[in-house]
Write a protein that binds this ligand. Structure first.
Ligand SMILES: *Cc1c(COP(=O)(O)O)cnc(C)c1O
Length: 396
C-alpha cells in the first residue's frame, strides 16, 4: 500500500494538466516573442492561458504575471509594494507570524533595509481577526500581506474582511493564496485583493510555475533583468508547457471545487475523529475554518521525525512541521505562533489529502498512526516521565 498524504507539499499532476502540456513540448515549441508563425502559435496559447487563469480568480488578463512559482510571486509582490511605499516615504508593512518563509524572509530582508515590520499574533485557533489588521494600519503602512490559508495547519483567514479594511484605508493588500487555489473560491475584485500569489504544483499542475496577480495600476518591480516579457514585469522566455498545464489544472480544480470539497471534508473529518481518539493528542488549527484536505495534530511525548519515518515504512507519505531538514531543531514557526510549546510542537504530524484519497486509505492511516504513536511512546523516556507523574502533561 502506498498512500500519499502530503498534498500541501506538492500534488500529483492531473491527466488533464499533462495532456495540456504535451503539444507545447512537441509540435508547438515556438518562442512567443518570435514574429514568425511558430512563435505566434505559442503567443496565442499564452494569451489563452492568461485569460483562462484570470477568469478563474476574477481578474483581467493584463493583471496576470507568470512567475517561477509561489515563492517568486510572494517575493515580487512584497518587494514591489515596498518600492512603491518607499517613494512616498512609507516604510511600514503588516503581516502575520505564521506566513510561509517566502513571505517572512522577504520581510526580514526589507527590515534590514530599514522597513518596519509588524507581525500580527495568530490566535490559538490559527486565525487572525480583521480588527487586528485595522488597528495595526498606520499612516506609513505600504502593504498588508496575509495568507489566504495556512500551509501547515490549513486555517482559512478572513481575507475578504481584511481586503475591505485595506481598501477603505487605501493600503495595498497582498495574499499568498497558494494553498487556497483550487480549494477555496477566489475573486480578487469582490474580495478587494490587490496582489495574490499562486503556485501550480499545489493544485495538480506542474512544478516551477506560478502567478502573481497585481491589480491594474500597481507597478511591479522586476526581480530578473533581461527581455521585455510579461509586460516587462518578469524577464525570461515564458515556460509555455508549464503555463498550459497550470491553466488546465486550475480550471479543472475550480470547476470541481464544490464537489471535491464535500468529499474531502468528509474524509478529513473522519481522519480527525480517528486521530482524536489517541490520548494526549490535539488538533492544530480551527476544526471548521480549515482547508478541506488538511489534518494537523500534535501528539505529546514523541518526535515528529520518528513518526514520519515509521509511517513511511508503513507506506504513508506524511509531513511534520519541524524544520529537521534545515539541520535546525527548531519546531515549526506556525505551531509556535498558535501557542504550542516547543516539546509539544516537536510531536506534530501533517496529513494533507487529495481528491484521489480513498476512505480505505484513511481507515488504514488512522490505525497506522495509532500503532506508531503507541510504539514510539513505549520507547520514549519523556513519555515514561509523563505517565509516572515526574512531568506534567501539557495536552490533557
Ligand atoms: C508551497 C507554498 C509556497 C511556495 O510555492 P513554490 O511554488 O513551491 O515556490 C508559498 N506559499 C505557500 C502557502 C505554499 O504552500
Amino acid at each position: 500500500m502506498k498512500i500519499y498524504l502530503d498534498n500541501a507539499a506538492t500534488t500529483k499532476m492531473s491527466k488533464t494538466a499533462i495532456d495540456a502540456m504535451l503539444p507545447y513540448m512537441d509540435t508547438i515549441y515556438g518562442n512567443p516573442s518570435s514574429l514568425h508563425s511558430a512563435g505566434q502559435a505559442a503567443a496565442e496559447a499564452l494569451a489563452k492561458a492568461r485569460k483562462q487563469i484570470a477568469g478563474c480568480i476574477g481578474a483581467s488578463p493584463e493583471e496576470i504575471t507568470f512567475t517561477s512559482g509561489g515563492s517568486e510571486a510572494d517575493n515580487q509582490a512584497i518587494i514591489s509594494a515596498a518600492r512603491i511605499g518607499q517613494k512616498k516615504g512609507k516604510r511600514h508593512i503588516i503581516s502575520t507570524a505564521f506566513e510561509h518563509h517566502a513571505v517572512l524572509y522577504t520581510l526580514d530582508r526589507l527590515e534590514k533595509e530599514g522597513f518596519e515590520i509588524t507581525l500580527l499574533d495568530v490566535h490559538d485557533n490559527g486565525i487572525i481577526l480583521p480588527e487586528q489588521v485595522s488597528s495595526a494600519i498606520r499612516e506609513d503602512t505600504c502593504l498588508v500581506t496575509v495568507m489566504y490559508a495556512n500551509n501547515e495547519i490549513g486555517t482559512i483567514q478572513p481575507i475578504e474582511a481584511i481586503g475591505n479594511i485595506c481598501r477603505a484605508k487605501n493600503v495595498p493588500f497582498h495574499t499568498d493564496a497558494v494553498q487556497a487555489a483550487g480549494h477555496l473560491h477566489i475573486h480578487v475584485k469582490k474580495q478587494n485583493i490587490d496582489m495574490l500569489s499562486l503556485s501550480a504544483h499545489k493544485f495538480h499542475g506542474p512544478k516551477g510555475i506560478g502567478v502573481l496577480y497585481a491589480k491594474k495600476g500597481i507597478p511591479l518591480t522586476s526581480l530578473i533583468e533581461g527581455g521585455a516579457q510579461e509586460r516587462r514585469n518578469r524577464a525570461g522566455t515564458e515556460n509555455i508547457p508549464a503555463i498550459m498545464g497550470m491553466s488546465a489544472a486550475l480550471s479543472e480544480a475550480c470547476t470541481r471545487m464544490d464537489e471535491n470539497a464535500v468529499s474531502l471534508c468528509a474524509l478529513r473529518d473522519k481522519l480527525i475523529a480517528g486521530l482524536s481518539q489517541i490520548p494526549h493528542s490535539i488538533l492544530n488549527g480551527d476544526a471548521a475554518k480549515r482547508l478541506p484536505g488538511n489534518v494537523n495534530f500534535c501528539f505529546e511525548g514523541i518526535e515528529g521525525e520518528s513518526l514520519l519515518l515509521l509511517l513511511d515504512d508503513k507506506g504513508i507519505c506524511a509531513s511534520s512541521g519541524s524544520a529537521c531538514t534545515s539541520g535546525s531543531l527548531d519546531p515549526s514557526h506556525v505551531l509556535l505562533a498558535i501557542g504550542r510549546v516547543h516539546d509539544v510542537a516537536h510531536g506534530s504530524l501533517r496529513l494533507t489529502l487529495s481528491e484521489e484519497t480513498t476512505e480505505e486509505e484513511i481507515t488504514y492511516t488512522i490505525e497506522a498512526v495509532k500503532t506508531v504513536v503507541e510504539y514510539l511512546r513505549s520507547i520514549s523516556p519523556v513519555w515514561r516521565d509523563l505517565i509516572s507523574g515526574k512531568r506534567n502533561f501539557i495536552i490533557k
